[in-house]
Each structure stands twice: as structure tokens, then as C-alpha cells.
Design a protein around this ligand. Structure first.
Ligand code: GLV
Ligand code: MN
Ligand code: MN
Length: 409
């Protein structure tokens, strides 16, 4: 048996650098919000690379970028990829790594003259992050048919922009129909974004479960009034109510155990003036748990607390659901293929649960799906400090290559 085919790691790293400069900041961070000018630059670059290696490039109705490579048969394709968009001031690996590694795998197969029985399909899904438009995983939701194209195009962003208009503006409103491809299996390669692999000195994570996510927006309406003349007991302070809810999230997580996460990432006061009691406040709540029953319990406890605070502070409270994505189980057979691929390369591997959301958890609803993780330095992600070592980046791409070969041959 000869040495296994391996990717061109320096080309992968070079492209990661190049893509990281599109929307990049001097501190190494990246802001490539979905459908922004920076996202357009990233997409343009990726499409050029996809065309260079001879893929059949299609853009679907919600802007997902798809690159098909024919197989010896026209059976269902093996899909692999991730997303190009980032959070604001995020890192250069989240999403981009999985997309560029997919491209690298395909180029390696082209150069090696390797034909697979099944067709291969690389994908860069639109708006995985949800940092500009909710829901997150918007492109993959439309890809599997769980979000209609009309609903997707109608979404209003946190910045007031319209998804459909922005998609047209950047030139990525395609016509390839959503929900028209039924992959045989799906694989997403991603940085772990957490501390487990690094702490345990393990190279590869085979992801067998993905956390459930609940996003809500809470709006509180009180009465704006003078900060100096209004006695404390006569206030209807929407800002204070919001702050109490934000602080409660820590207690809520403590009540529900170590797997519960609870975060307030956005908060805004109106009129937002130093000497005015806020008349209105709006905050976001991100709740996560791998156990759906506990996640539902977290939502119920939060709702009860919001009612209590509204009564005590004499404000009106309104809650709007932005996202509910149930925890996902990965396909045991695809997980086993990933483990076998890592073993065939002599790489250490462990099974794990993802605490981040991923397109893979949407794909997993319909198609056999699993994920490959590599270590994140310090467990840091959604931050300019996000980093994974060149050796780990190369190892993950090689595991993806072997996994795809095993699934498609
Ligand atoms: C996306 O990265 C998320 O987990 O929110
Ligand atoms: Mn990601
Ligand atoms: Mn992310």
C-alpha cells in the first residue's frame, strides 16, 4: 500500500491568509458579515478559485455557493463545506477553514487524477453566523427545505437591511433551486472553538452531537424621564429591567448544570442618553443545551423571570423568538468513517459534542452527517485571537480528504 494522498497544506494556508485579509483587521480579526461588501469580496475570491479548478459552480436562490465535481456515476453526491461569513470582529478560521479545505480536497483529487464513484459537492452556505440576519444557518435551512426561499429573502437584519435586497446588491441572488439536492452524506470540517482537544492533546474530534440553540429578543418598555428629578421609587426603568434579565442568565445557567449556556450579547437603550432613564430597552438572549428537555426548561424559567421583572419594575415586556434549533445527533456511520480516516493517518481522535451551531446540524436533519474538529488555541473563537496551528489545519484537511474518499468511492 502506498502513502495516502495528502492535501497541499501550504496552498491551503496561503488561501486562508488571503481570505483572512478580505474583511480583515490589523489585529488579525475578520468582519465578514453575511451579504456585506466584505462577504462579496470573499465570495468573489472563492468562486474564482472554484472555477480555476474546473468545478461546475452554481449559486442557489439564497446565495449558497455550490461546486459540483462529477463522479463515475450519477448517484447522490457527497457534500462537504462550511460558511464564509463571520461574526463582527471574529476570527479567520471559523467557517473559512472548512470551505477552503473542501476546495483543497477537490484540487488534490483533480491533480492526483482521482475519480470517485459518487459526485462530490463543495458548499459555502450563506449566513451561518446569524450575526446580521436571524436565523443563523439560514442558507443550510433553505438548502434542506426547512426555510422557504420567500421567507429567507424577506428577513430583516439587525441593521434594518433586507436579506433579499442585499443578496441582489452583492450579485449573489442565484437561480439554482433550493431543496433540490439530496446528498448521500455530508461532512463539515471546522475548528473546535472550545478547549477540549487542546487540553487533552488530541488532534481530531469526531463530532457525534451538536448543541441546541434558542435565540430570543426581549423588548422592555417603561417611561423615559429625568435622571435627576425622578425619585427612585417612581421610575419605570426599562434599562434596569434589561440589566436584571442579563444578570439572571448567569443564575439560570447555574441552576441547570454545566452543559447549560446563557448569554446576553446585545443590549440597547433608548434614548441612550447619560441623564435620561431608559424608556425602552432591547436585549438578546442566546440559550444552549445539548439536551432538548433542559433547553426547553431554560426557556420556561427565563419567561417566568421576565414576567416577574416586568411586574416589579412596572415595564411592559415582549419576547420575540429569533431561532430555535433542536440539538442534533450526527450519523454514527459517518462518525465511524471519520474515526477510521483519522486512524489511517495515525492521528489521535476522540468523539465529542459541539457547543457551537453549525450548518451540519441542519443538514443532519435530512442526510447522514457528521463533523471533523481540530484544536483551537486556548479554546478561543468568535474573537480575533482565534488560532489553529498549521499542522492541525493540514491534519484536519487530510482527514476530510480520506473521509470523502471513503464515502464516495
Ligand atoms: C455560530 O457560530 C454559533 O454557534 O452561534
Ligand atoms: Mn462556524
Ligand atoms: Mn461562528
Amino acid at each position: 500500500m502506498g502513502a495516502p494522498l495528502t492535501v497541499n497544506a501550504s496552498r491551503l494556508l496561503r488561501r486562508l491568509d488571503e481570505l483572512g485579509r478580505l474583511g480583515g483587521a490589523p489585529d488579525g480579526g475578520v468582519s465578514r458579515l453575511a451579504l456585506s461588501d466584505e462577504d462579496k469580496l470573499g465570495r468573489d475570491r472563492l468562486v474564482a478559485w472554484m472555477n480555476e479548478i474546473g468545478l461546475d459552480v452554481r449559486i442557489d436562490q439564497v446565495g449558497n455557493l455550490l461546486g459540483f465535481r462529477a463522479g463515475e456515476s450519477d448517484e447522490a453526491p457527497v457534500l462537504f463545506g462550511s460558511h464564509l461569513d463571520s461574526v463582527r470582529a471574529g476570527g479567520r478560521y471559523d467557517g473559512a477553514y472548512g470551505v477552503l479545505a473542501a476546495l483543497e480536497v477537490l484540487q488534490t483529487l483533480q491533480e492526483g487524477g482521482v475519480r470517485t464513484r459518487r459526485p462530490l459537492l463543495m458548499a459555502a452556505f450563506t449566513n451561518e453566523e446569524g450575526a446580521r440576519y436571524a436565523p443563523d444557518m439560514q442558507g443550510s435551512l433553505a438548502f434542506v427545505g426547512d426555510l422557504s426561499v420567500d421567507e429567507a429573502l424577506a428577513v430583516t437584519g439587525f441593521d434594518g437591511s433586507n436579506f433579499g435586497e442585499e443578496l441582489r446588491r452583492i450579485g449573489y441572488a442565484g437561480d439554482f433551486p433550493c431543496a433540490s439536492v439530496r446528498p448521500y452524506a455530508c461532512v463539515e470540517l471546522h475548528i473546535e472553538q472550545g478547549p477540549v482537544l487542546e487540553k487533552e492533546g488530541i488532534c481530531i474530534g469526531a463530532v457525534e452531537a451538536i448543541i441546541g440553540i434558542s435565540w430570543q429578543e426581549v423588548t422592555l418598555r417603561g417611561a423615559a424621564n429625568h435622571a435627576g428629578t425622578t425619585p427612585m421609587d417612581l421610575r419605570r426603568d426599562a434599562g434596569l429591567a434589561a440589566a436584571r434579565i442579563a444578570a439572571y442568565l448567569r443564575d439560570l445557567a447555574a441552576e441547570l448544570g454545566p452543559d447549560q449556556r446563557a448569554t446576553c450579547g446585545m443590549i440597547a437603550f433608548r434614548p441612550n442618553v447619560i441623564n435620561v432613564i431608559p424608556g425602552e430597552a432591547r436585549l438578546s438572549v442566546d440559550l444552549r443545551n445539548p439536551d432538548e428537555a433542559v433547553l426547553r426548561q431554560a426557556e420556561q424559567r427565563l419567561a417566568a423571570f421576565i414576567q416577574r421583572v416586568a411586574a416589579e419594575e412596572r415595564v411592559e415586556a415582549e419576547t420575540r423568538r429569533l431561532v430555535y434549533v433542536a440539538p442534533a445527533r450526527c450519523d454514527p456511520d459517518v462518525v465511524a468513517v471519520i474515526e477510521a480516516a483519522a486512524a489511517s493517518l495515525g492521528l489521535s481522535c476522540r468523539r465529542m459534542t459541539s457547543g457551537a451551531g453549525h450548518d451540519a446540524q441542519i443538514l443532519a436533519r435530512r442526510f447522514p452527517t457528521a463533523m471533523i474538529f481540530i484544536p483551537s488555541r486556548g479554546g478561543v473563537s468568535h474573537s480575533p485571537a482565534e488560532y489553529s496551528s498549521p499542522d492541525d489545519l493540514a491534519a484536519g484537511a487530510n482527514v476530510l480528504l480520506q473521509t470523502v474518499l471513503k464515502l464516495a468511492l
